[in-house]
Design a binder for this molecule. Structure first.
Ligand code: ZN
Length: 314
């Protein structure tokens, strides 16, 4: 089945033509990316995404399999029942209120679905990546922010308001007094996201342009950089250990910029997990993601296919 998939973020928008086979394989046939014109307002951002998708749909020529549905993964909180964005950060000014499903179904005359990009990423990783063949996965993305997605039996947990998975906004003692991007204090994201790690390093008297530089310094043996990465890794691991106790996923899958750093961050995450996870869940595999940068596109396509199939069964 061929589907159109979009991944709409604050900095770039990607549209792809995705083929999902009955055997459960996914293949990106074509894709096109452009910068998201976030500063030009929500209407321009939406039109840009529609144009990208149109260019793919129109550029295929005759004789191709028809496109059956559209799946849109978007930054921000998405009400999956209505396909409408309800909240977004300053990265996409004016984005809340955007009716993604109406816009895409009207433009293409096809069924459309929309979901949050991290939920799409989780579904893509669960179906086609490290979660393939598993009953449940907890995807954890540690980068500019800290988010995640629990996928059980092939369906992301969206929550009643589409908010489920905001793992970075759990409290952790190491973050006491540290301001979070949500405006509260004491949340993991404020301390242990990429920008959080950079800020902690500066507070401790270090000087570095960004978290990547801190990772390089740790790799070459600098004590302060190593200590900061370890502290944030342990805090992240403690939250993961608590989540394992609460929801017992079959596997935990790590993705995002920090997961690329490796040591000493990764070892510290494992240490934090050991600190908090109960014996019964302490052996839960923690795996690197491997559905790649296209995971959200694949997840959006899979969600569109699921909804289409469900509709046909009714
Ligand atoms: Zn927060």
């Amino acid at each position: 089945m061929n589907l159109l998939a979009l991944d709409l973020g604050g900095t770039k928008t990607t549209a792809a033509l995705v083929e999902l086979s009955p055997a459960g394989d996914a293949r990106i046939l074509q894709r096109v990316t452009s910068p998201t014109p976030a500063r030009e307002g929500a209407a321009r951002v939406l039109e840009n995404a529609l144009e990208l998708a149109t260019s793919l749909a129109d550029g295929r020529g005759r004789g191709h399999e028809p496109i059956r549905a559209v799946g849109v993964a978007s930054a921000g909180v998405v009400d999956v029942h209505r396909g409408v964005v309800t909240h977004a950060t300053d990265a996409l000014p004016g984005w809340p209120g955007t009716d993604l499903v109406s816009a895409f179904s009207t433009r293409f005359g096809l069924p459309a679905v929309a979901l949050n990009d991290v939920h799409a990423h989780g579904l893509g990783e669960a179906r086609f990546g490290a979660g393939a063949g598993r009953g449940s996965i907890l995807l954890v993305a540690v980068g500019t922010g800290i988010g995640g997605c629990l996928v059980v039996e092939g369906r992301p947990l969206f929550g009643a308001r589409g908010v489920a998975g905001h793992l970075g906004h759990l409290a952790v003692p190491e973050a006491d007094g540290v301001t979070c991007s949500c405006g509260r204090t004491g949340h993991l994201e404020g301390l242990a996201s990429g920008p959080g790690i950079h800020a902690l390093y500066l507070r401790r008297g270090g000087r570095a342009a960004d978290t990547r530089e801190i990772a390089q310094r740790a790799a070459s043996g600098e004590e302060l950089a190593t200590a900061v990465l370890r502290e944030c890794g342990v805090a992240t691991g403690r939250v993961l250990g608590g989540l394992m106790n609460a929801i017992d996923p079959e596997v935990v899958v790590l993705t995002g910029g920090l997961s690329q750093i490796g040591e000493p961050w990764l070892g510290a995450v494992r240490e934090g997990i050991t600190h908090d996870a109960m014996d019964a869940v302490a052996g839960t595999p923690v795996l690197p993601a491997h559905a790649g940068v296209e995971a959200a596109l694949l997840g959006a396509a899979a969600f569109a296919q699921d909804e289409l199939t469900r509709g046909e069964e009714v």
